[in-house]
Ligand binder design. Structure first.
Ligand SMILES: Cc1cc2nc3c(=O)[nH]c(=O)nc-3n(C[C@H](O)[C@H](O)[C@H](O)COP(=O)(O)OP(=O)(O)OC[C@H]3O[C@@H](n4cnc5c(N)ncnc54)[C@H](O)[C@@H]3O)c2cc1C
Length: 404
């Protein structure tokens, strides 16, 4: 049996994982073939033209913890592209479970920093307060279920995490856990963390969007290896070990190499390896709106995003990011327009946006945006829907019992 076209390394999947692997293999002198099932590379580093600009419709920032992405950008000679978010903070809605009412108090008040004596609440660093709440469940600060339900769960559900287990604090927020262990109350520990790590400090982005990383990595891999091939629209359908090499079958050909990197979503990798089945993927949808809404940022900044609890009446979205209020490069290029992203789809439920035509989509999304931004929202200049399928994350500390 033919072992197919021979090369040094085959990378399956051209998302950020596969692109980095291909670039590193190319740098080490390998001939590399990078294959992707989709029409173009990038996976979740996806961009789209909207309102005359190219914007992210998948990942839109990266965690600075660990420093890998910043190191990568330095190695790619692109450190000048690093963007820090405008430090307006992230909000959590709706801790009062009150009906969001853009005309009156509603979500706007729920998103304001809480009055003294109440844990967590909205305002700066709410997500970190939320994480802190994990310790409170029977923990030293005694914050209890309300913080877990109102803050941790909205934060977790955004990424389809499950409810975190008691004791998960050390894994989720080691610095906070160390402060609590040193004798601070949870409130004091959160306050200390916010002082040393202001809003916007934990996540950075890339000027032009995270999708700009795709072309950077592809061109760097090409430059590093005389024999770098990127082939899109070519799904890998089979993988076999044969005489010390890997035989990779695609929709178009057979290839063989001593090195194979699978940089695939877990369910695709498991299918290829013939391993047992996984939990069902969940469809989520990201709806990006371009708004001509002078004054939306206005005199009362609302923060850069809102996480929505599952029980908030009258709002279907699970999260909103005001992208042009978050990223200065986008604000500059948008020339007065606003870019807003809403996400839909909670674990185990089809997103409410699925199957809607554009008119129906606008009718659903616009009131959600208005409620969460606390301002009337005009008819969007442009709307774009992007669907993703993701697996629920199962990790120690995030056990599978979910109320979401
Ligand atoms: C809506 C959304 C927003 C996110 N935002 C952020 C964020 O802001 N910051 C952050 O850090 N993380 C974010 N994440 C998570 C992050 O984007 C992903 O963890 C990361 O991009 C995954 O990269 P990857 O290369 O592992 O996989 P992917 O990007 O999924 O790439 C896998 C590739 O494999 C290809 N493929 C699949 N099957 C085959 C096959 N049989 N043969 C060949 N190719 C195949 C796919 O087409 C795809 O291109 C977000 C996730 C989602 C869903």
């Amino acid at each position: 049996m033919s072992t197919g076209t021979r090369t040094d390394a085959i990378v399956v999947g051209a998302g950020c994982g596969g692109l980095v692997a291909a670039w590193q293999l190319a740098q080490s002198g390998c001939d590399v073939t990078l294959l992707d099932a989709w029409k173009w590379p990038g996976g979740l580093l996806a961009g789209a033209e909207l309102g005359g600009l190219r914007v992210d419709v998948g990942a839109e920032g990266y965690s600075v913890r660990g420093g890998e992405v910043e190191r990568l950008l330095h190695e790619l000679g692109a450190a000048e592209l690093i963007a820090t978010p405008i430090p307006a903070g992230r909000l959590a809605a709706d801790v009062d479970r009150g009906a969001p009412d853009p005309e009156a108090a509603g979500v706007r008040d729920a998103c304001r920093p809480r009055r003294r004596g109440r844990p967590g609440g909205g305002g700066e660093g709410a997500t970190r307060c939320a994480v802190g709440g994990v310790a409170g469940r029977g923990g030293p600060a005694g914050y209890g279920r309300r913080v877990l339900d109102d803050l941790v769960s909205p934060a977790g559900r955004r990424g389809l995490f499950d409810r975190p287990a008691p004791g998960a604090l050390a894994e989720l927020a080691p610095e906070l856990a160390a402060r609590v262990a040193s004798g601070l109350s949870l409130r004091e520990a959160v306050a200390a963390s916010l002082r040393t790590s202001p809003p916007g400090g934990a996540v950075h982005g890339i000027r032009g969007g995270m999708n700009a990383l795709v072309e950077l990595l592809v061109s760097s891999a090409r430059a590093a290896s005389g024999a770098f091939e990127l082939s899109c629209g070519e799904p890998v359908t089979g993988l076999q070990r044969e005489s010390g090499r890997w035989r990779v079958t695609t929709s178009k050909r057979t290839l063989s190499a001593p090195i194979v990197v699978l940089a695939l979503p877990l369910d695709a990798a498991v299918r290829l390896l013939g391993a047992p089945s996984l939990p069902q993927t969940t469809r989520i949808e990201v709806i990006t709106l371009v708004l001509d809404a002078p004054g939306l940022d206005g005199d009362e900044p609302r923060g850069t995003g809102v996480l929505v609890g599952a029980e908030v009446p009258g709002v279907t979205a699970k999260a909103l990011t005001h992208s042009s209020a978050k990223w200065a490069w986008l604000r500059e290029q948008a020339q007065g327009r606003d870019y807003v992203r809403l996400s839909y789809g909670r674990r185990g439920q089809a997103p409410a946006t699925a199957g809607l035509d554009e008119a129906e989509l606008r009718r659903l999304v616009r009131p959600d945006a208005a409620a969460l931004l606390g301002r009337p929202v005009p008819e969007p200049v442009a709307v774009r829907r992007t669907a993703w399928w993701i697996l629920p994350l199962e990790r120690p500390g995030w056990p599978a019992q979910s109320s979401g």
